[in-house]
Design a protein around this ligand. Structure first.
Ligand SMILES: *[C@@H]1O[C@H](CO)[C@@H](O)[C@H](O)[C@H]1NC(C)=O
Ligand SMILES: *[C@@H]1O[C@H](CO)[C@@H](O)[C@H](O)[C@H]1NC(C)=O
Ligand SMILES: *[C@@H]1O[C@H](CO)[C@@H](O)[C@H](O)[C@H]1NC(C)=O
Ligand SMILES: *[C@@H]1O[C@H](CO)[C@@H](O)[C@H](O)[C@H]1NC(C)=O
Ligand SMILES: *[C@@H]1O[C@H](CO)[C@@H](O)[C@H](O)[C@H]1NC(C)=O
Ligand SMILES: *[C@@H]1O[C@H](CO)[C@@H](O)[C@H](O)[C@H]1NC(C)=O
Ligand SMILES: *[C@@H]1O[C@H](CO)[C@@H](O)[C@H](O)[C@H]1NC(C)=O
Ligand SMILES: *[C@@H]1O[C@H](CO)[C@@H](O)[C@H](O)[C@H]1NC(C)=O
Ligand SMILES: *[C@@H]1O[C@H](CO)[C@@H](O)[C@H](O)[C@H]1NC(C)=O
Ligand SMILES: *[C@@H]1O[C@H](CO)[C@@H](O)[C@H](O)[C@H]1NC(C)=O
Ligand SMILES: *[C@@H]1O[C@H](CO)[C@@H](O)[C@H](O)[C@H]1NC(C)=O
Ligand SMILES: *[C@H]1O[C@@H](CO)[C@H](O)[C@@H](O)[C@@H]1NC(C)=O
Length: 328
């Protein structure tokens, strides 16, 4: 897979310039010739539609729950909710568009549970969803067999990225971007970020190209280089009897964490930090913006199914406007 290949190169230079080595060490033709995919385009678009259905339901529920006054009472200017209404329209159109391509192979919406106690919950969750959507399209792109679909899914990918950027900068007053590179993430890892919001899906839905992973919680969910984060791993992120999937494999029970590593996927590379016996870890330098992390058993090879012990959790690392943002 493209993502793994890129991470493979990125991991070689673990500290100083891990990500530039990616581009110097390979060429686009090497990447595409080495990707042989076991999933077909229909399954990839069904996974994309699963995420779009979720986003569509999220904006419908959140914006019907919180009106103009609610946004203003929470300290947001009127333009914020107006722009969110436009995002809702985009997601509804993405659903209609992918459903038209898939026809009777379309995946139907599931039932969801969103954390929507406050407008702030809505805003922070919207940022996580858009960031995950963008990373999902980026991760799946190289698996597409029909090259004509690349600009089609790419046009959705860039809009998800712009939405994430607008939410981060205009609504959260934070950085509009992580740095020069965004991060491709595979379907199972993305689904570990989405599955907490999904309760049940129609049993008639086509099986998704994901496997369950152990849930990961990082506390706090924001950090700076050298700060301590507590790592907690729970059971499988979803039950395959509620969500149809291609393989019903369940992950091994939550491991003892001390001695393992937290892997941080950032830019086109990966960094690691050792987890201490008290389940804390010290966040390494070089991370910027919204980074996704998982627990892995080794820092000496690129994370793979063999070494992965959990799904993903987000970690937000603030980027000051004056910070050097030339690498991430
Ligand atoms: C990659 O190539 C650029 C441009 O030739 C060069 O400046 C940079 O040092 C190279 N990076 C690595 C890690 O080799
Ligand atoms: C990429 O392919 C070129 C030839 O097309 C080859 O010379 C080069 O070694 C390959 N690089 C990698 C990293 O496989
Ligand atoms: C894609 O793969 C699924 C699962 O193997 C299969 O049911 C479906 O027929 C395939 N679709 C196409 C268009 O190949
Ligand atoms: C907004 O919603 C609140 C309670 O949910 C309601 O009391 C208020 O009248 C609504 N305001 C407008 C302008 O619709
Ligand atoms: C969709 O319709 C085509 C043509 O009628 C049919 O061959 C195919 O089995 C249908 N697929 C599903 C998932 O119902
Ligand atoms: C590839 O995708 C394009 C755009 O959706 C479509 O028009 C074309 O028929 C597809 N080609 C194949 C071989 O499926
Ligand atoms: C979704 O929830 C409704 C109402 O509780 C229920 O009737 C329906 O069967 C659920 N759908 C799925 C796919 O679980
Ligand atoms: C995390 O965010 C909280 C609330 O904004 C802030 O007080 C705290 O300093 C941040 N922690 C780190 C490590 O950045
Ligand atoms: C982080 O935790 C370790 C123990 O796991 C402790 O030794 C260290 O002082 C802590 N660092 C900070 C910055 O709190
Ligand atoms: C560390 O995590 C493991 C596995 O999740 C758990 O059994 C253990 O109690 C935790 N240790 C501490 C000190 O919290
Ligand atoms: C994972 O483990 C299997 C079975 O031990 C092995 O065949 C495969 O090469 C391993 N994959 C990686 C990426 O290490
Ligand atoms: C994404 O897929 C899951 C399920 O196969 C693996 O467990 C992960 O290791 C993989 N993640 C990466 C970064 O390759």
């Amino acid at each position: 897979m493209y993502a793994s290949l890129l991470f493979a190169f990125g991991a070689l230079g673990a500290s100083a310039l891990p990500n530039l080595a990616v581009w110097n060490g390979t060429s686009p033709s090497n990447c595409s010739s080495s990707s042989s995919s076991s999933v077909n385009d229909t399954q990839i678009l069904q996974f994309a539609l699963t995420l779009e259905n979720l986003e569509n339901a999220f904006y419908m529920e959140g914006l019907s729950k919180f009106n103009d006054s609610a946004f203003q009472s929470a300290g947001f200017a009127p333009v914020i909710r107006e722009r969110y209404l436009q995002i809702m329209q985009h997601e509804r159109t993405h659903v209609a568009f992918l459903s038209a391509i898939l026809g009777n192979w379309s995946t139907q919406p599931c039932n969801y549970t969103f954390p929507l106690n406050t407008v702030q919950d809505f805003v922070t969750t919207s940022f996580a969803l858009e960031s995950a959507g963008q990373a999902a399209y980026l991760g799946a792109g190289s698996l597409l067999q029909n090259k004509s679909l690349i600009p089609v899914t790419g046009s959705i990918l860039s809009v998800e990225g712009r939405q994430a950027s607008w939410i981060s900068s205009a609504a959260l007053n934070a950085t509009p971007w992580n740095g020069p590179f965004d991060t491709p993430i595979n379907a199972s890892d993305i689904f570990s970020l989405a599955s907490p919001f999904i309760t049940t899906c129609p049993s008639t839905n086509p099986p998704l190209i994901v496997t369950p992973l152990n849930t990961l919680t990082l506390t706090p969910a924001n950090a700076t280089a050298g700060s301590n984060v507590t790592v907690q791993v729970g059971g499988p992120d979803f039950n395959s009897s509620s969500i149809p999937i291609i393989s019903s494999a369940t992950p091994a029970a939550a491991p003892a964490l001390g001695g393992n590593f937290l892997a941080y996927f950032h830019g086109l590379g990966v960094s690691f930090s050792p987890i201490a016996q008290d389940n804390t870890t010290s966040v390494p330098t070089g991370l910027q913006g919204l980074v996704f992390a998982s627990v892995v058993s080794t820092n000496s090879s690129v994370p793979s199914a063999n070494t992965t012990l959990s799904g993903l959790a987000p970690l937000n690392i603030g980027v000051q406007p004056t910070a050097d943002n030339s690498l991430n």
